[in-house]
Write a protein that binds this ligand. Sequence first.
Ligand code: ZN
Ligand code: ZN
Length: 251
Amino acid sequence: MARPAPGTGSDWKLSVGELHYVWWYIQGSIMEPDVRLRLRRAWGMCQRHAWGAVAAEASYRGGYLHGPAILYEDLLARALGAFDRAGSRRSPRILAWRLRDSGPCLMCAMGFHGSARGAFSRERSRAGRDPTAIRTIAAATRAHWITAVCGVCSGDCLPPRCRLHLLQELDGGASVDMACHRREVAELHSRLSAYARSFQWECRDTATDRDRAALLAAVGWCSGWEAGLALVGDVACPSVTNDGVERERCL
Ligand SMILES: [Zn+2]
Ligand SMILES: [Zn+2]
């Protein structure tokens, strides 16, 4: 299976046909075994469809992102398994093999593209392309996801890598600190698990901004940040100082 090139564009706005599919996808088909298997094989979706879908779901559900939290918690657990298997053998080649896509983006494979048509109301189409909800979440949590942005996708060359650029470095024989990347993925997974749990009644209102930020960071890690930065990269929030160090990035 050929690997998609990292950084496949910054467009995140979905066509009417794509939004029509996403509407049904978030109404329940995300839980169907065949869909879940295809999402696992492709580490979610290509970056345009991944960011477009999470933006649309945030808009349709008023920021209630239970489905994506469960999906990306599962994908990051799979990533941790890949790091552990490769780490025990000290093998970057095993890590590259396990982090690869083993299937195409399901929406791309179904022929959905930027001009796909569909029978969908004008109101739902408008809402699906309205970034207000996802940008509100991104602004409130920016302090916590900005440090996870891939330095190649953003062009600022800072150390974090999305899965696709990590794969590119592994393929190119670059020296990769697998333990460091594993720690970052483990932290994201832990936060995302807390976010996913917060949708349970007994854990309601327990998610922190750091937990919510992990969902955006997970989408970026799995699918790449270029479209995500076009979507939320310019949201404003107070610059952060944890441990007294200025951690704001310039994007
Ligand atoms: Zn796609
Ligand atoms: Zn990247």
